[in-house]
Unconditional design. Sequence first.
Length: 335
Amino acid sequence: MGTIQIDGSTPKLTIGNATAEDATILFDGNAQDFHIGLDDTADDLVIGVGSTLGTTTALAIDENANTTFSGTVTVGVDDTGKDVKLFGATSGSFLLWDESADSLLLTDSTPIKIGDAQDLTLYHDGSNSYITNAVGALKIATETSGIALTIGHTTSEVTIGDNLTTTGTLTVGSTVISTNGITMSEQWRLTTGFTGDATPIASNWEQADTDGAADLGSSLTESSGVFTFPSTGMWLIMATFRTNYNGSNRSAYFTIDTTTDGSNWSAAASASQGFAQSESAETYGTGACNFLFDVTSTSTHKFRIGMVVNNDSTTTSGDSPSQDTVFTVIRLGDT
C-alpha cells in the first residue's frame, strides 16, 4: 500500500470503536521503530520508541491534558535557540528563557524558591532585590577555604542590620582592627617614691588592685623594670608621673623607652617639667606621655619607664593605693 490521503474540509480518521483496548500507529523504521498510540489502561496518548505500545514511552498526555516527558527535552539547536515561557497563577507572573538575551528572566515579585519547604527565596519586587532565608543560617562562600567575598562597590555603602561577628582579621581601610575588640588592658603604679635618676625605674612596681581597679585579659610581666607583653598587637602605653622638691632650679624628664631587638633602647615618648620655687615649701609637678607600640614579637619588643632629674634631691612620687606615677596599657588590635 502506498500513500493514504483523506480529503475534505473537516477530515477525520477514527481508530478504535470505544472498546477497552489499546490502539497503535506503528512507524516501522529501518534501524529504529517508533509508535503513537492510546494506552487504554492508563487512558494516555503516548509517543514512544519501539514497536510495542508502552515499552519505551518518550511522551505521555493524560486525560487532564497533563504531559509527561520521559527523556531529555531540547528546545532549539546549538546557536539557534527558542524562547520558552512558563506562566504562573498570577496575571503577569512568568518565567521566560529569552534566547535572544541568553538569559532566564523572571518578572517582579516572581521568586526563585529553593528547598523542600522553599526556605531560600530570591526575588526583586520592582524596587529592591532580596535573598531571604527562613530556616538555618544563610551561608555565602563558606564551604571552600580561601574563597574571597566582595560586597558592594568601592563607592557603595554597606549596612549591617544587626550584630557583626568575625572569626578572622577585620580591616577597615588600611587599618587592622582586632576581631575580638579590646582583649587586654591594665594599670601599673609605683608603690614607693625615690630621689634622683632611674633609667629604668627598676623596682616597686605593682599592678593596680584597689578601689575597684579593673583589668582585662592576660597581664604584663615585669623584671627589673622591663615589661614584657603577653601577646603581639598594637599596644597603647599611657604614662603619667609626679615629682616634688623643696628648692629651685630643678627639672624632670620622664620617658617611655622601647626596644625592638631586646637590647637597644630609645625614648619613644617623653614628658618634662621645669619651674622655679615660688615659696619656701615643697613644689609639685606632673607630666604625661603616650606611645602606640607595634609589638610584632613578645621576645624582642619590650618597654620600660625612665626618669632623669636636674637635681638629685628631686623625688619621683610613688604610693599604694595612690597612683602618683602610673601607666596604662591597652591592646587595641592586631599588629
